[in-house]
Design a protein around this ligand. Structure first.
Ligand code: EPZ
Length: 419
């Protein structure tokens, strides 16, 4: 198992390249089985989640050809409608393969993707949406078994603007008969990227980014050569790191509106932030004032995927920060690890109260999930001494090489392999 050894104390300076967005490429890979021709996705990040999704596609029978910085998928050879349970456990977001496999085969089988490190992760909204499109669903022996004589467009209202459910329904509706309207749809930028991708394949999709997405089924979808959007969560992670360590960095590829809620809080902390096009420049003394309250909300609210990283920043901000995690039940597992580094964090249910301390100190800590692991790296960067972080396979799920990218900015993060 790999470990990170983080030497704290460096301020961060420079420009950092942002990878293609994990939460955009996963639905794009799922959608690639819908094409009657080759699909090329460029800049695919070397992250475990993308590898697992490619593994699922090859298990379904798709041809996968990798090139320098791109992957080409030939979905024409897909023969199986069963998503392998071993991989569903590895990658719970494979649940939105249901929509694309149903469109392809009119049937789909997936093992229940259960909870994960951050919460129960129910899929009731996915399944109720698919049922509205005419899908019969049997849940037995831990499997979800779907079949549909014909997929028919429908008017669907989501109880909650679920990202995955919105994407799953879009994938099931693109070749359905008639029109589908998804109301109270998720508005995340990754939904817009999926709409752009599907439209380039010949789909009739509109409204993504707003709360109503409309899809009119088409007969066929052709191949596409596509470059996904950049990862706003990765950019936000680096900006939070620079804010808490001090320094001046620039991220390129992510526009201000895609992480406006985070930038608003970082300005409240005392950072100087300017944004022009897809460049965001942040300057920080490292001596920050705690933001009084942060509530995670669906886009465009403060992203739950930045909550842990922001808590690490708040650990040494002057004053007391209150964070409320409204989306997931157990997204504070990192708190105990931060406390080993001297943070003053009290968690009650969905609320964390963080009283800023003068300094954190290095410690032996363990990553519990993807973004919680990133939070421990940020804490280590600002701590006195060395921090050893184990279980960093969690971090590798979503960051291509967090140690390389932070290293470009002057951070000292070393990967110890196989220790
Ligand atoms: C996506 O997960 C992201 N993953 C998550 O990123 C992100 O945290 C989340 O959206 C919210 O932005 C990918 O895109 C691959 P949801 P998803 O459905 O689709 C409830 C990361 O770190 N819900 O929008 O699973 C659910 O319990 C990951 O990159 C239902 O109740 O999120 C939660 O409270 C973590 N029933 C809320 O909706 C359902 O059927 C948000 O979930 C589905 C969801």
């Amino acid at each position: 198992m790999d470990k990170f050894v983080v030497q704290g104390g460096a301020k961060l300076y420079g420009r950092v390249k942002i990878q293609a967005a994990k939460n955009a490429v996963l639905p794009l890979l799922a959608a690639s089985v819908l094409a009657d021709d080759l699909v090329t996705i460029r800049d695919l990040p070397h992250i475990t989640d993308a590898e697992n999704m490619l593994h699922i596609l090859s298990e379904l029978g798709c041809g996968i050809v990798r090139g320098d910085g791109y992957v080409t998928i030939d979905g024409r050879n897909a023969v199986s409608h069963e998503i392998p349970s071993t991989l569903t456990r590895e990658l719970r977001s494979s649940v939105f393969m249901l929509g694309s496999v149903l469109t392809r085969f009119r049937r789909a089988k997936i093992s229940y993707p259960g909870g994960c490190d951050i919460g129960l992760r129910p899929i009731d909204l996915h399944l109720s949406g698919l049922k509205r499109l005419g899908v019969t669903i049997i849940e037995e022996n831990g499997y979800v078994i779907c079949s549909a004589e014909k997929l028919r467009g429908a008017d669907i209202l989501l109880d909650f603007p679920s990202v995955g459910a919105t994407e799953n329904i879009m994938l099931a509706a693109v070749k359905a008969e008639g029109k589908t309207v998804i109301r109270n749809a998720a508005k995340e930028p990754e939904i817009v990227d999926l709409q752009n991708f599907l439209s380039r394949m010949g789909a009739d999709v509109s409204g993504a980014g707003g709360d109503t997405v409309e899809i009119t089924g088409v007969k066929r979808l052709h191949g596409v050569d596509y470059t996904p959007m950049k990862d706003r969560i990765e950019a936000g992670t680096f900006l939070i790191a620079a804010a808490s360590c001090g320094g001046e960095i620039e991220t390129e590829g992510v526009s201000e509106e895609n992480i406006a809620a985070l930038l608003h809080k970082l300005r409240e902390n005392g950072c100087k932030i300017t944004a022009k096009g897809d460049k965001i420049r942040l300057r920080s003394s490292g001596d920050l004032k705690a933001a009084s309250l942060v509530e995670t909300l669906p886009f465009p609210g403060f992203p739950t995927d930045m909550q842990a990283q922001y808590a690490a920043l708040s650990a040494t901000a002057r004053g007391t920060a209150v964070i409320v995690e409204n989306l997931f039940e157990t997204r504070y597992k990192y708190a105990g690890e931060l406390k080993k580094m001297g943070a003053d964090v009290t968690v009650r249910g969905r609320t964390a109260v963080i009283r800023g301390v003068e300094k954190l100190h290095g410690a032996e800590v363990s990553a519990c999930d993807l973004r919680g692991g990133a939070a421990l790296v940020i804490a280590g960067l600002q701590a006195d001494g060395l921090t050893r972080i184990s279980r960093i396979e969690h971090i590798d799920r979503g960051y291509e090489s967090i140690e390389r990218d932070l290293g470009v900015l002057g951070a000292h993060v070393r990967r110890e392999t196989g220790t």
